[in-house]
Design a protein around this ligand. Structure first.
Ligand code: 5AD
Ligand code: SF4
Length: 475
């Protein structure tokens, strides 16, 4: 072997937070691989360590600050190591990160990720930390602020996706809803919809690379609206119609929805386009009108209930999931009970439940005192979760005996390490986004297979591949 080939720099990356962050990490890594980096999952072997961070709750930030604390020693032992903090916490805390963790070399907000490769080089060359962040929402005209949150969707690298047959596609950036508890509008900037033609081209390129399932991403994905050069407006329903025509794409999902924008044209598109997933994630956040008002969610419980009725009437087989925040300032026991009742009525597939976490820079943090004690938040979180799990289990058990089409994702969690060519437990998801575990074969990964459901828990369906020939073909 000749030793003239330059040694590839080793990159270790950790990602916390939502699917947007997973996509951002994929794109950053793709770019860095082109610049000569290779990924390692051994932090001790890395030349560059990146954290792609989340700011939505305090806990997510604490995790990153303690990880930064842990690697301080690593940097002392290995001064050539480059450490970067990317994403929402970088945008929110900016210089504070360098104060708390002076061994950090680059701080890059979600609107400036294209600059990561350049800043890694600069940090080394100038031996001083580099920072690239977007403007605060109040820094100038909407155009100026928007321009500082640059679109970041470079050419996709097939090798970087969690699986070669699934991909995220960003259709919107930022958020303008300004729910009072939420940091997202300040760290991800103004709402911007990407042009429909650009999204369709990206989806087509992904399909050509063998992607079978795409998940469209936006903070309020159903508020999508773009206008093309000829003046034609595209709503999410129009975009779905376009994407549905792409050969090779077999499943199209979209997350996360805002209740007010769950319009009939969208529900009809979900009903009429068979490759669109029967899954709607529409966070309610609370079942109490007074709390919703203080959250500035701009809808009432009655509107949310009406939306659920419209969903059930138009797409009866759709699964709906929700998010709830418990312990929002001023949430009385009676208000909380109303969230319990909404979970009962809503029959959600699942709910993501969060304890309110005050975020500096949000309206709720300045307007209200975080007055619900931690034990009360914990209890409410637990009560809501127990109720939701019982409902999920009941509804999942109703699916016993049905055949669901499952996109096989890989060995199930409990049986990771199944050797190639072995029969073992595999898992995948149905069109209604339920996790299905069944006995399968490595060969089925990336395929759509019909599975008969035989058993169910609150989170998982257990089944058998309808044609066992698919699992173990007869000789
Ligand atoms: N505290 C707790 N949960 C929050 N979320 C957003 N901001 C906060 C906060 N400050 C939750 C909402 C949202 C999900 C992504 O995170 O439920 O839908
Ligand atoms: Fe945050 Fe509300 Fe925007 Fe969702 S809709 S990202 S909760 S501000």
């Amino acid at each position: 072997m000749s030793d003239v080939t330059p040694k590839r720099k080793k990159l270790y990356i950790e990602t916390v937070g939502c699917q947007m962050n997973l996509l951002d990490s994929e794109l950053v890594v793709g770019k860095l691989r082109n610049e000569g980096y290779e990924l390692t999952d051994d932090i001790g072997k890395a030349d560059t360590i990146l954290y792609n961070t989340c700011s939505v709750r305090q806990h997510a930030e604490d995790k990153i600050y303690s990880a930064l604390g842990r690697i301080k020693q690593l940097k002392q032992l290995k001064p050539e190591l480059t450490i970067g903090v990317l994403g929402c916490m970088a945008q929110k805390d900016q210089k504070q990160i360098l104060k708390r963790a002076p061994h950090v070399d680059i701080v890059v907000g979600p609107g400036q990720l294209a600059r990561v490769p350049e800043l890694l080089v600069l940090a080394k060359e100038q031996a001083t930390p580099q920072m690239a962040v977007s403007l605060p929402r109040t820094a100038g005209s909407n155009e100026t602020v928007t321009a500082s949150f640059a679109e970041y969707d470079p050419i996709r690298e097939p090798a970087m996706r969690p699986t070669p047959f699934q991909a995220f596609v960003r259709i919107m950036m930022g958020c303008d809803k300004f729910c009072t508890y939420c940091i997202v509008p300040s760290v991800r900037g103004p709402e911007q919809s990407r042009p429909a033609a650009v999204i369709v081209d990206e989806a087509r390129a992904l399909a050509d690379q063998g992607v079978k399932e795409i998940t469209l991403l936006g903070q309020t994905v159903n508020s999508y609206r773009s206008v093309d050069a000829s003046g034609r407006t595209f709503r999410l329903s129009d975009l779905l119609e376009r994407l549905h025509e792409i050969e090779g794409l077999q499943r199209i999902k979209f997350i996360t929805n805002f209740p007010n924008d769950m319009t009939d044209d969208l529900l009809q598109a979900v009903r009429d386009l068979p490759r669109v997933s029967r899954y709607l994630h529409v966070p309610a956040q609370s079942g109490c009108d007074e709390v919703l008002k203080r959250m500035k969610r701009t809808y009432s419980v009655a509107l949310y209930d009406d939306m659920l009725d419209r969903i059930r009437a138009t797409v009866p087989d759709a699964a709906v999931s929700s998010d709830f925040i418990v312990g929002f300032p001023g949430e009385s026991e009676a208000s909380f009970e109303k969230s319990m009742r909404l979970v009962e009525r809503g029959r959600f597939k699942n709910s993501y439940i969060f304890k309110y976490s005050p975020r500096q820079g949000t309206k709720a943090d300045t307007l209200f005192i975080d007055d619900i004690p931690e034990e009360v938040k914990k209890r409410r979180n637990n009560d809501l979760l127990v109720l939701q799990t019982a409902i999920s289990q009941e509804d999942n058990r109703r699916l016993i005996g049905q055949n669901l089409e499952v996109l096989v994702e890989g060995p199930s969690k409990s049986s990771k390490g199944v050797a190639v060519d072995e029969i073992g437990q595999f898992s995948g998801r149905s069109s209604c986004d339920r996790i299905v575990v069944f006995e399968g074969h490595e060969r089925l990964v990336g395929q759509f297979v019909p599975v008969t459901i035989e058993d169910a828990s609150g989170v998982t369906l257990f089944g058998r591949v309808v044609t066992m020939d698919l699992v173990a073909p007869r000789a």
